[in-house]
Ligand binder design. Structure first.
Ligand code: PLP
Length: 401
């Protein structure tokens, strides 16, 4: 008998037991305030500096370029609001139309104070085109912010190319790498990025701790004021256990990245091939190959409005997957803004099912999921009819295999 199968790692990941072990002392006896000068304080301070080096190593940065924040969301807020405030003008932010709410809502906030916001279009795979960025860079721009990997469709953006173009115009480049970090190799120097957001809970670390990479020489204004911790960019007594956990999670992710990426991409391809075989009315969202190793999102032709019931049926059968992003789960049944931006009509944009795999998933779980899914789909309205249709139906999305 299998226990529950967790296939929703884009929402959050289970804490790695090795991370929990590293955090343990800092939830217990090692309780010092890292700003204190006594022994207890020094122990906490040293643990934070070790973690800073571990997080820096994951993205090829220097330790003093890492600012710990309370979340990936806060890192995104600090990057954009901090850059605009440091510029001393209302400024102009260029971003994509498929960013996470942490970027889109920050842009909305900045727009209220007069910042111009340009949202670049994406193609049917969710890719931002360099031409549209070049066009936007013809006017004065304060900062460009493009996510490294989509939380909804898993597409990887050509960050190196987009950041290079941006740098040629002397403009700051930020990437939200919350979904990409620990899954694909990221090197801030090869990518030419100035600012990069991270979140520990997406890489088997704890929740409520994030980081912003800030390239040396980039000037940012703080958005939280107080005791001046984190080089004055993030005042507040540090979440020492969270930071230590983030460091341990980053180190494990770095060491295991190559083997995990291969293993998870193997599962992903197997699921895609089996879906195409057993559910020929299924179709994939996002780019066929430029995607996160463990991420698949797909829809079922004619059953788009049934996705909520499908989720519930899978949940009842012991499988946790999601409809788009965790943030959009509260609005399930609504068309996904990301899919609308990718050119899907509102019917198709309602029907996304996301499977995101992680470190503790096994072949046995994948096989069990592939047994359950066709049954769950067949149980929906129109399921029996649709599971008969041949694969030659006109799918505007990319065929699964
Ligand atoms: N950016 C992206 C792309 C995300 O997927 C998420 C979380 O889902 C965030 C930012 C927010 O990170 P956090 O949950 O640490 O605030």
């Amino acid at each position: 008998m299998l226990s529950r199968i967790y296939f929703d790692h884009s929402a959050t990941t289970p804490l790695d037991p090795r991370v929990l072990a590293a955090m343990g002392p800092f939830l217990g006896g090692a309780f010092g305030n890292p700003s204190s000068l006594h022994h207890e304080g020094r122990v906490a301070h040293e643990a934070i500096e070790t973690a800073r080096a571990q997080v820096a190593a994951l993205i090829g940065a220097e330790p003093d370029e890492i600012i710990f924040t309370g979340s990936g969301t806060e890192a995104d807020n600090l990057a954009l609001i901090g850059a605009v405030r440091a510029s001393g003008k209302p400024g102009h932010v260029v971003t994509s139309s498929i960013e996470h709410a942490a970027i889109l809502e920050t842009c909305r906030f900045l727009a209220e104070s007069g910042t111009k916001i340009t949202r670049l279009p994406v193609d049917a795979h969710g890719l931002v085109g360099p031409e549209s960025l070049l066009h936007a860079l013809q006017s004065h721009v304060t900062i460009v912010s493009i996510m490294a990997a989509s939380n909804v469709v898993g597409t990887l953006q050509p960050i190196e190319e987009l950041a290079h173009l941006t740098k040629l115009h002397g403009v700051l480049f930020h990437t939200d790498a919350v979904q990409a970090a620990g899954k694909i190799t990221l090197d801030v120097n090869r990518l030419h990025v100035d600012l990069l957001s991270l979140s520990a809970h997406k890489l088997h670390g704890p929740k409520g701790i994030g980081a912003l990479y800030v390239r040396k020489g980039v000037s940012l204004s703080p958005i939280v004021f107080g005791g001046g911790q984190e080089r004055g960019l993030r005042s507040a007594t540090e979440n020492v256990a969270g930071i230590v956990g983030f460091g341990a999670a980053a180190e494990i992710a770095r060491e295991e990245l190559a083997s995990e990426a291969t293993r998870l991409a193997g599962f992903r391809e197997h699921i895609a091939a089996e879906l195409a075989r057993t559910l020929p009315h299924s179709y994939l969202f996002g780019h066929r190959s430029k995607r996160l190793p463990g991420h698949l999102s797909f829809g079922f032709r004619g059953q788009e409005r049934e996705v909520g019931r499908l989720l519930a049926a899978l949940d009842a059968a012991g499988v946790a997957v999601s409809a788009g992003s965790a943030c959009s789960a509260h609005h399930s049944g609504e068309p996904s803004g990301v899919l609308l931006a990718m050119g899907y009509d509102s019917e198709r944009a309602r029907g996304l099912l996301r499977v995101s795999l992680g470190r503790f998933n096994t072949q046995q779980e994948v096989d069990h999921f592939l047994e359950i899914l066709p049954r769950a789909v067949a149980g929906l309205n129109g399921g029996a009819r649709h599971s008969q249709v041949s694969q030659s139906v006109d799918v505007p999305a990319v065929a699964l295999a």
